[in-house]
Design a protein around this ligand. Structure first.
Ligand code: F6P
Length: 564
């Protein structure tokens, strides 16, 4: 990363050049940038690892890109990338490396971090995970009463939930066929709603919980875990139909129905998880970057270890590209710079993520954490307040559904928004029944047509229409909304790995330019502390009179509801 003495980005020469350049370009409509220029597709599109990145519909030209690349150089991008990938302590506020890329290094690689080769430990932990996966997938893991496990519920939140949740949905087609029917579920919310549903439907004898928590202190996860433990103990220790008359011990029940995944083995043991059912990872893996290791257990349970390794291989391919490709051809660098251009020079601070593939249902939610928890910062790495914008507001959902929800604002609202369209080129080839395949392929073509049409209308506005007749104001489309399109040759474990790594590195590129630390999340801490204090007050153990009128009113309403 940039040196401790670096000047702020807005004082770098290229930043100043970009400011002037933006003044000139700000009033040029995207449709005029295209004009008859057929070279934009070639100039602004790059391909790697089964992905095509089309940046031609950004509101920029060749000069813009040249100045942005100069900015990246002035900000020390090549050295920063090297520092990240070689395990330097890039997470300055926590004084440690951010080595999620080490989790996807092949077994024959080596990476020495502070005197220790981490690759062997990474592959040992994968081998341990593989053992558990094989037992569960083969139906060999038995619950306390001797029945094979049928339902696995991941209890985790944030990075210990969103990554595995997103990937298991995206790769559901890759479930190995004809094996023991194992179903994987997710419960994250501290209010217990998701868990309560599972507890009402599942048989405790055949249900196993994975407690996923890097810190093993997160109240959301621990409260779900404690409820699950009580449920199991309540249901199984009273179990009366055993072949042996001996009652089941709490120790046996917890042993057979919980796996822990954490960076804190002591805390897992304290909670009761037996050491051979503990999967470890390291404090140098950030929560939102952790799906690549043991936190990815639910993914491996759904798609199998071979596909999990393909996911890692795709991400590793993107890591190699990020390390080796010149900046002008480097997908994460280009995607990151497009964001810098929009946020800092065109004042576009809303960013929508729009996949046109139902399997990517949770991709926007995943990116919301990845981008906003990483780069939602307002102090530099040296602790000075920034005087420029950092992470935009990011949101999204499946594009086809969003067309009938918030696209109205994209087309005719007052906010400038940049959109990322994501779609696979190939789909449904593996559907066996020819009629169904034909129908589904028609639907895929329909989705692609909509995806391409929307980015075109956002760009051109009214000019996308052939008819030139006069239109009333309420039917006018202004266009000029920039977008990026990411095409996957096909959605596979490999291309999905590459896609996620692309966004991870994009986030890093932007953090380097903004001179912020993308690997901490101190902004989440105060909320946790105040929630603990508030809980004490709700439970009648604190002084409510010190609170503001609104908080007193809300707590009062809750207390009143308890009297009814
Ligand atoms: O909400 C903050 C956060 O620390 C995230 O960064 C993290 O992914 C999540 O909580 C869960 O943390 P843990 O895995 O330690 O339970």
């Amino acid at each position: 990363m940039a040196s401790a003495t670096r000047t702020t980005p807005d004082t770098l020469p290229a930043w100043q050049t970009l400011k002037h350049h933006a003044e000139a370009l700000r009033h040029v409509h995207l449709k005029n940038l295209f004009g008859d220029d057929d070279s934009r597709w070639v100039n602004f599109t790059r391909q790697v690892a089964g992905l095509t990145l089309d940046l031609s519909k950004q509101r920029w030209d060749d000069d813009t890109l040249e100045h942005l690349l100069a900015l990246a150089h002035e900000a020390g991008m090549p050295a920063a990338i090297d520092a990240l990938l070689s395990g330097k302590r890039v997470n300055v506020s926590e004084n440690r490396p951010a080595l999620h890329t080490a989790l996807r290094l092949p077994a024959d690689a080596s990476l020495e971090v502070e005197g220790e080769d981490v690759v062997a430990s990474v592959h040992d932990s994968l081998a341990q995970m593989e053992c558990l996966v094989q037992r569960l997938q083969a139906g060999q893991w038995r619950g306390a009463t001797g029945k094979p496990i049928r339902h696995v519920v991941n209890l985790g939140v944030g990075g210990s939930d969103l990554g595995p949740l997103m990937v298991t949905h995206a790769l559901a087609d890759y479930r190995p066929k004809g094996r023991h029917p194992l179903e994987v579920h997710f419960a994250s919310t501290m209010d217990g709603s998701q868990l309560a549903d599972y507890l009402s439907r599942f048989n405790p004898e055949t249900t196993l919980f994975v407690l996923s928590s890097k810190s093993f202190t997160t109240i959301d996860t621990l409260s779900n875990a404690n409820t699950a433990k009580d449920w199991l103990l309540g249901k199984l220790s009273a179990h009366g139909d055993l072949p042996t008359a001996a009652p089941l011990s709490a120790e046996l029940i917890v042993r057979q129905h919980f796996i822990g995944v954490s960076a804190s083995p002591e805390k897992m043991s304290e909670w009761g998880i037996t050491s051979d059912h503990q999967l470890m990872f390291w404090d140098w893996v950030g929560g939102r970057y952790s799906l690549w290791g043991t936190i990815g257990l639910p993914i491996a349970l759904v798609v199998g270890m071979d596909n999990f390794r393909e996911l890692l291989a795709g991400a590793h391919a993107m890591d190699c590209h990020f390390r080796d490709a010149p900046m002008e051809d480097n997908l994460p660098v280009l995607l990151g710079l497009a964001g810098i251009w929009n946020v800092n020079f065109l004042d576009i601070r809303a960013h929508s993520i729009l996949p046109y593939d139902g399997r990517l249902e949770y991709f926007a939610a995943y990116l919301e954490q990845l981008e906003m928890e990483s780069n939602g910062k307002s102090v530099t790495r040296q602790g000075q307040a920034v005087n420029y914008s950092t992470c935009p507001v990011l949101w999204g959902q499946l594009g086809p559904n969003a067309q009938h929800a918030f696209y109205q604002l994209l087309h005719q609202g007052t906010q400038p928004v940049v959109c990322d369209f994501i779609a696979p080129l190939k789909r449904y080839d593996e559907v066996e029944d020819p009629d169904t395949r034909r129908h589904l392929k028609v639907q895929h073509r329909l989705a692609l047509a909509n995806c391409f049409a929307q980015s075109r209308v956002l760009m051109l506005g009214d000019d996308a229409l052939d008819d030139e007749g006069p239109r009333p104001e309420h039917k006018r489309y202004r266009g000029n909304q920039p977008s990026t399109t990411v095409l996957l040759d096909k959605l596979t474990p490999f291309t999905l790995g590459a896609l996620i790594a692309l966004y991870e590195h994009k986030v890093f590129v932007q953090a380097v330019i903004w001179d912020i630390n993308p690997f901490d999340q101190w902004g989440v801490e105060l909320g946790k502390k105040i929630a603990t204090d508030t809980q004490a007050i709700i439970d009648g153990e604190g002084d409510i009179s010190r609170m503001d009128a609104s908080s007193r009113g809300l707590i009062g309403a809750f207390w009143a509801s308890e009297q009814e």
